[in-house]
Design a protein around this ligand. Structure first.
Ligand SMILES: Cc1cc2nc3c(=O)[nH]c(=O)nc-3n(C[C@H](O)[C@H](O)[C@H](O)COP(=O)(O)OP(=O)(O)OC[C@H]3O[C@@H](n4cnc5c(N)ncnc54)[C@H](O)[C@@H]3O)c2cc1C
Length: 367
């Protein structure tokens, strides 16, 4: 009998496994494919919600906790001999936010370093800019992480920390006995465990539906382009009208992303590509000549207001859910994993868990 079984080895599952293992728990992660090859690989790695002042405090308090710990987590992984996830404080320039006063007030309230910059100053900061802008906001402290390397690094960490890893095994059923979880059925085998945590990203609702639990987690497709630039050609992350560029250390530049409700269809499309190219070329003239190296898509686990569920499942002892991080799973991941571990281990939680319970779904529906 395993201690805790985690279903889904994306960033949320791997960080949750790490948190539990750090507290001495016996943990196994089970995934139907290779670890970290879905949304957590496909994402951009901006370590802040886009336009955070438009999100609820439930999202922002997870983001703040993670921001305070990300650099240290990255360093700990490096110290353990794992791949460098390239935590980089590249700063975020937000061009012409339409709600500038709200943003400035939010930054002041939460002590987030933020400067209002005019067009001249914006180009001084980011010489690659071509787009016209009037008033922008510069957040020098916002960092990024190279998410494909982060999941690789976490996988290596799990391997060397004695965390069990089972891949190529799709969980098709949750096993329970008189309201107490006893394991899962996957690939014609049963895996028995005292606790089971669902971290299956956009697919999380499927398993829960079968045990009579209905959660609003739905796939939202995002397409992304990667250009091959030179190191330093673009220096900062830049956000405009919900699209963004993210320069990596090696000169590659990500351009994202589309927001599409097309179910579990992970195809890339010509329309998506055209949307991203038009944005990139309008923002920075360099994109007119840089080669496109790759075009991909991922399925975000969409949830109401983007607030993740971090909770036990009422009525089934030992079953937990940590999912629904929508556009922000990379930045919310560390706090979300810690809070999940606090709940499972019945420790003093890092923040009020009631904001992430399943009850809020019912409350919203009853309104
Ligand atoms: C284009 C794009 C850009 C993004 N940019 C950012 C960003 O800049 N910053 C940010 O913070 N976030 C960003 N995100 C969001 C972020 O990537 C997600 O919120 C996060 O990756 C969700 O992680 P997860 O572990 O829940 O899901 P996933 O990474 O999708 O992992 C779920 C895992 O569960 C497994 N699984 C599913 N069903 C089963 C089953 N039945 N049995 C076994 N295994 C199963 C899957 O194989 C998968 O490995 C972006 C996402 C996209 C798509």
């Amino acid at each position: 009998m395993m201690g805790t079984l985690i279903i889904g080895g994306g960033i949320i599952g791997l960080l949750t496994a790490r948190e539990l293992a750090l507290s001495g728990e016996s943990v196994t992660v089970i995934d139907r494919s290779e670890l970290g090859t879905e949304s957590s690989w496909a994402g951009g790695g901006i370590l802040s919600p886009l336009y955070p002042w438009r999100y609820s405090e439930a999202v922002n308090q997870l983001a703040r906790w993670s921001q305070q710990h990300y650099k240290q987590i990255a360093q700990e992984l490096i110290n353990e001999g794992c791949t460098d996830p390239e935590w980089t404080q590249s700063g975020l320039l937000v061009l012409d936010p339409e709600d500038m006063p709200v943003a400035a007030q939010w930054a002041e309230q939460y002590g987030m370093e933020c400067q209002q910059v005019d067009r001249v100053k914006a180009v001084e900061l980011e010489p690659a800019l071509g787009a016209e802008s009037k008033q922008s906001l510069w957040f020098p402290d916002i960092a990024q992480i190279r998410n494909p390397r982060l999941v690789k690094s976490l996988r290596e960490y799990c391997q060397q920390s004695g965390i069990g890893l089972v891949t190529g095994a799709e969980v098709t059923r949750l096993l329970q006995n008189k309201g107490i979880i006893s394991g899962v059925q996957a690939a014609d085998r049963e895996y028995h465990a005292e606790k089971v945590v669902i971290t299956s990203g956009a697919w999380s609702a499927n398993l829960l539906r079968e045990v009579g639990c209905d959660v609003d987690i739905n796939p939202v497709r995002g397409q992304m382009l990667m250009y091959q630039g030179d190191p330093g050609q673009v220096q900062h992350m830049v956000l405009k009208n919900s699209h963004y560029v993210i320069p990596r250390r090696d000169g590659r530049i990500l351009v994202g992303s589309t927001l599409e409700n097309v179910g579990f269809d992970k195809a890339t499309t010509d329309e998506g590509k055209a949307e991203l190219i038009a944005f990139a070329e309008g923002l920075m003239p360099c994109f007119k000549t840089l080669p496109i190296e790759r075009h991909w898509s991922g399925l975000r686990p969409g949830s109401p207001q983007g607030i993740p569920y971090i909770s036990g499942i009422p009525g089934i002892e030992g079953l937990y859910l940590n999912s629904g991080h929508y556009r922000n799973g990379v930045i919310l991941g560390p706090a979300s994993a810690r809070l999940m571990a606090d709940i499972i281990l019945k420790r003093e939680p890092i923040m009020d868990p009631s904001l992430y319970g399943l009850e809020r779904v019912k409350k919203q529906r009853n309104l």
